[in-house]
Ligand binder design. Sequence first.
Ligand SMILES: C[S@@+](CC[C@H](N)C(=O)[O-])C[C@H]1O[C@@H](n2cnc3c(N)ncnc32)[C@H](O)[C@@H]1O
Length: 434
Amino acid sequence: MAVTADPARQAALDILSAALGRKAGLESALEDPSVAGLAPQDRAFARALVMATLRHLGPIDALLAPRLQRDPPEPVRMILRLGATQLFWLDTPSYAAVNSSVALAQANRATRPFKALVNAVLRRLDRDGPPAADPAALAPSWLFARWRASFGEAETLRLAAVIAEEPATDLTPRDPADADTLCGALEAAALPGGSLRRAGRGRIEDWPGFAEGRWWVQDAAAAIPARLLGVGPDESALDLCAAPGGKALQLAAAGARVVALDRSAARLKRLVEALARTGLSAETIVAEAETWADHRVFDAVLLDAPCSSSGTFRRNPDVLWTLRPGDIAKLASVQTRLLDAAARRVKPGGRLVYCVCSLEREEGEAQAAAFLKRHGDFETAPIAPGEAGSPAPSVAAEGWLRILPHHLEGGLDGFFVARFARRPSVLAATPAAG
Ligand SMILES: C[S@@+](CC[C@H](N)C(=O)[O-])C[C@H]1O[C@@H](n2cnc3c(N)ncnc32)[C@H](O)[C@@H]1O
């Protein structure tokens, strides 16, 4: 007799496999037409199941390892992971968690021979009960060890505990004067710096003020770097890695003449759409930052460089499990090149903000220190505690920010942010020789 798995759990299996297989990435797996075509409640359940699995993947794998005599095929492991999540982290009754997982194994040819194993392992897990909470188990051990070396044991346990928490949605209002009204309409809370935080779920496009372009989705930490540039209406600003565009929108909303550049036309299209929705304007350019054939220099330059994204685990928990140690060094060398390209675009007397949504020192502190060594005409423009919404504990002695996910109640993304000022032109200041 042919068995069909329920569509939500089948979709969860497909999404989880794509996200962890590094094939598609979580975001594009969630946008796949097979998922978009599900009934809304099935789509919501599939998403919740995958996200809860990824947020608890460390403890789940630790539970499964001693109960498996040898490594099962990957699709079987995925079904066991989804089953364990339903047993311990969703409200699914035990019998439904086990039976639906067995049905999922039965419905897929590659996993059918393992349905007895799925049944036995999940029943055993159910009998033995949930694991004790252990923040150290929430991240892969190599990343946890890196963070412990950078931030110490106590801070690392605090930041890792955030992995298990489901984040709220943060918004940036186009007009700061609209924040109070928006808080009322959205039942949102105002955060330091001007972001709004909303616990509600559902389609973002249906939330009050979206269609009128009164706000855009942007994590509270991600909104800090552009504010730190402090651009005014008579200034020019360049966003050198601009897509999908939250930070470029902030610069445009502050009234600057904005050039937003990105190498990805597809990603930049999202900025173009957001500009149309918000009624803001910026010149958008598809180009490589290092070789962009344009001679303009700017009062303010923002470099939000491509990075490991290890600080974004609250919304992209897959990043913890798909990142490889070798990726960090490769990204760091790209960041070095991009920083040099960004420096060339800063007017004498202008400023540069460098940021990455990474928790790794090679992408943050080490980049900033090496940049200052390479560019004698730049100095750090120190960031003050509380400035632009910077959490006080994130301000380092060097004047830059090391934002950790537990620095704000309810969490925020991990970021490194440094602000540099280019000295006014030496030629202009030095009297002519002779
Ligand atoms: C961290 S994302 C930027 C996010 C964006 N600032 C925002 O707030 O939405 C990094 C971006 O850098 C772009 N990028 C990577 N290498 C680049 C390069 N060499 N030149 C231009 N853009 C690049 C990527 O396409 C990606 O969109």
